[in-house]
Write a protein that binds this ligand. Structure first.
Ligand code: MN
Length: 129
């Protein structure tokens, strides 16, 4: 079965781009446009991986990550932060919050594909062992 990926993103253009890319990679995508609905969707849908925009209108992506990583029901789900401000130290903030991966916008097809494929295969071998 195709992996189910949740993307939490308030920017429609990024959402559209990622929708197109994930579809071409063969993944199933579910979408949320803010942090509160994203967290609700994690509970309802149990995604295999989460892509989260760092800058969201309500709860920021790092806070979402920290909350999920603190919850034993969801801590195993790989989370990739996507950030527009690729500033020095940004990657560290994401990893400190518990993100498993980090992508600086603009999103490229290759980087998105590699990051997701790598994390999904790690998660799969972790649950099999
Ligand atoms: Mn945003």
């Amino acid at each position: 079965m195709a992996a189910k990926i949740l993307y939490i993103e308030d920017n429609p253009l990024n959402m559209r781009l990622v929708r197109k890319l994930l579809r071409s990679f063969g993944y199933t995508m579910i979408e949320a446009i803010d942090g509160a609905s994203g967290l609700k969707m994690v509970r309802q849908e149990q995604p295999d991986l989460i892509l989260v925009d760092v800058n969201l209108p309500d709860i920021d992506g790092l806070e979402i990550t920290a909350r999920l990583k603190a919850d034993p029901d969801f801590a195993h789900i790989p989370i990739v932060a996507l950030t527009a401000n690729a500033m020095h130290g940004d990657r560290e903030h994401c990893l400190n919050a518990g993100c498993d991966g980090y992508i600086a916008k603009p999103i490229t097809r290759q980087e998105l594909h590699n990051t997701i494929a790598h994390l999904l295969s790690s998660a799969q071998s972790a649950s099999a062992s």
